[in-house]
Ligand binder design. Sequence first.
Ligand code: UD1
Length: 260
Amino acid sequence: MHFAGLKAIGEAVTIPLAYYDANVAGTLQLIQAMNAADVRRLVFSSSATIYGNPDYLPLDENHPTRAINPYGRTKLMVEEMLADIAAADPTWRIAILRYFNPVGAHESGLIGDNPNGAPNNLMPYISHVAAGLLPELAVFGDDYPTPDGTGVRDYIHVVDLASGHLAALEAITAGALPISTWNLGTGIGYSVLDMVRTFSEVNNVAVPYRIAKRRLGDVASYYASPDKARDELGWSASRNLADMCSSVWRFERLMRQRNA
Ligand code: UD1
């Protein structure tokens, strides 16, 4: 299972070479090492970002791919490289997993996302605000064509994401196809304000926010069709938004206690 890589879109625009090096060249080297060791089974972490601006929703695996930033291009390049490798040598068994928005932490509260500095992504930002480390959340736009005007995304609990990997690994091991692609999402879209409200209610904590300008490059709505994964892997996400929010807060509090 190949998880290594860089993943911040803003940073990728500033230092693209580091992204091509880590994500593309890194995978190339891994494939060469695997070939040399006669190991040809791989689960690759791709991203829903490669669908670009949606032509339609929900996004299924047949939606056209079009990377719109350097980060997305590295993921798309690797997907194309893997397709070529699988075509040339059908003994490969490759799963490409297109993640939607992974959030949440392990139930133990010991494994979670702890970004350095101010977080880029919504969930860690909410958690930092709730912990008093940041004064308020800036909600990037409330004039999108969505039910409450704020951006809608398909948030998936990291533990569901992990079980999706195990299901994919079993499927490629048992299956005959050299390469397969699956979305990993819930199929449910939540808005930024849904996230703030649920986090606040479930954890009984205040999350001050203000409405700010739209963030460059953001789309209104983005969510998966999880049907292919359900039909072919027998997998679907079972954890809801409340589970995601409570696990993040447990992780955040335990981490602060440990570091106090
Ligand atoms: C982006 C990438 C995705 C990547 C993910 C995690 C795209 C389309 N998506 O997702 O591929 O996997 O980052 O690295 O390229 N928001 C706020 N205030 C904040 C932060 C976010 O309002 O301070 C809003 C955003 O406008 C968006 C939603 O929250 O509507 C989610 O944002 P974020 O968590 O950054 O993820 P994406 O941009 O969807």
